[in-house]
Write a protein that binds this ligand. Structure first.
Ligand code: ZN
Length: 203
């Protein structure tokens, strides 16, 4: 499996990092070794002094597809979950300044904690999902999918022009504003509406 992630898909987040609001989706990938499941702890790596949390809605792809049309893209995901797109912001910043790729800032081991998944049909409106992240019980990020710049269907159509999607692939759909640093001993809890899906510690 692979993880395909979308940068700058909420305009307020693009602005907080002084990035332009994009005209087409900004895409990057994380390898399978980035996945961290079952609320296992995240061990803070030594190579960064600034690991940022980015809470995101995650789509699970349910069948293989290429050149998927936006009209039928909804048939290609059947479950939704929560993920944290951990980002070594200090490394990313250096690479951005030099025009270099972001991989080392985004694709490192365990940089993609994911929750259990909910059936898509248990969600009444895909474009009115409230999701949030707390650190040590304090709210740090709150988003609603009505604010997505590129819809789930648009992302699937766009990505699949370039990259074949396969069953089990995950799409991280972008983070709302409020990203910030995590520290050792922090406890992160993530919610879709009032359902707690993520609950893990930084060690
Ligand atoms: Zn992200």
């Amino acid at each position: 499996m692979k993880i395909i992630a979308v940068g700058r898909n909420y305009s307020e987040h693009a602005k907080e990092l002084n990035n332009p609001v994009p005209e087409t989706p900004v895409i990057f990938m994380k390898p399978e070794t980035a996945v961290l499941k079952d609320n296992k702890p995240f061990y803070h790596p030594d190579f960064s002094k600034e690991i940022h949390h980015e809470i995101e809605i995650v789509l699970k792809i349910c069948k293989e597809g290429k050149y998927i049309s936006e009209k039928f893209a909804g048939n290609y995901f059947d479950e939704i979950g929560l993920g944290v797109d951990f980002t070594a912001r200090d490394i990313q910043q250096k690479h951005k300044e030099k025009g270099l790729p972001w991989e080392l800032a985004k694709a490192f081991d365990n940089s993609a904690p994911v929750s259990r998944f909910l059936p898509k049909n248990s969600i009444s409106d895909l474009y009115n999902i409230n999701f949030s992240l707390n650190i040590n019980e304090l709210s740090v990020q709150k988003g609603n999918t009505k604010d997505l710049l590129f819809s789930f269907e648009r992302l699937i159509a766009f990505i699949s022009q370039y990259i074949t999607l396969k069953k089990g692939d995950l799409i991280f759909t972008g983070t709302p504003e409020g990203v910030g640093k995590v520290n050792i001993d922090d406890r992160l809890t993530g919610y879709i509406e009032n359902e707690k899906l993520l609950d893990f510690e930084i060690k």
